[in-house]
Design a binder for this molecule. Sequence first.
Ligand code: BGC
Length: 371
Amino acid sequence: MKRVAQVLAFIMAVAMAIPAVAKGETKMSIFGKTADGVPVPIYTLTSGQIEVRVMAYGAHLVSVKAPDRTGKLADVVLGYDSLQGYLADNKTYLGGIVGRYGNRIAGGKFTIDGKTYQIPLNDGPNALHGGPKGFNQYVWQSKEIPDGVEFTLVSPDGDMGFPGALTSTVRYTLKGSSLRIDYTATTDKATVLNLTNHAYFNLHGDDQGNILDQKMEIAADRFTPVDKTLIPTSELAPVAGTPLDFTKPEVIGARIGADNQQLKIAGGYDHNWVLNGKIGTLHLAAIVTDPVSGRKLTVETTEPGVQFYSGNFLDGSFTGRHGVKYEKHSGLCLETQHFPDSPNHPDFPSTLLRPGETMHSTTTLTFGVVK
Ligand code: BGC
């Protein structure tokens, strides 16, 4: 009898020592204040399986704690300890919502109904992620909703040169081991937009080296090749026979240094894959697995493309949580999106939004484990 009691006590002690994630709750606190003194709410979403933090500044995904195959939690999204870290970083877009137009617009220029618009350039000859002050740099309105948080931003007519007052909402909701991101937008004048999340994932954990030994699978037979300034050439090229073929799981680092013009231009992977699924219905974008921890991330989306960016431009100049310098390939992004520079490629799926229409898109991030 005594023996049974001892065993039970031991099991209880072990169970209590494992850092369990609390069940189905959303908690708000203040992460910090902007330079203008605006308080920034941060929300912790828990589901029993994973814990997610999102904040009102840039509607950032700040952290995702997910279990490995033994149940041990690690943060698998790169991020900063404090709001100051995010305010000081105008380069990496770590976990932010990028907009009004995620990825590049050639020359920062596009034409709608015969009128040409110019976005200020912030990436050599091009505009990147909406220009010098993108949606990742604003404090969004926020409110709790069932299972999560809704963020809203009104970008005025002419903001960064874009026409039309655009109202965007981003909803993060957590159920079980799946984080869902819903985007909606409406405008009062015809405009273009491409909203996505720019989280960097590292399934080893945010302070555990780089992503090169993790495996990637992308549900795409084609990609959009780019010129030397990373603007699509308009071609949809087959991935077959190239190091961009991830139709079967492949170790990311295995071919990243291959003698391939596209990889050389980008210093690694930084391309838009043309997803095989149907636009507007949830389909597979990518699956990342970490053979070391067993963690697995499945990304599904209603978007036509995904930008797999292997963190090529991280160069140690920003220090994240746990005092870790983010070096090349410390994390990878899977930016579900319309194709880069779509406003200048009439054959690409359209990014035009007119008054009276609502843009709606959904991406889900599901965390699991492999043996
Ligand atoms: C782009 C990269 C860019 C990075 C900035 C990515 O979405 O594809 O080319 O350097 O964002 O963090």
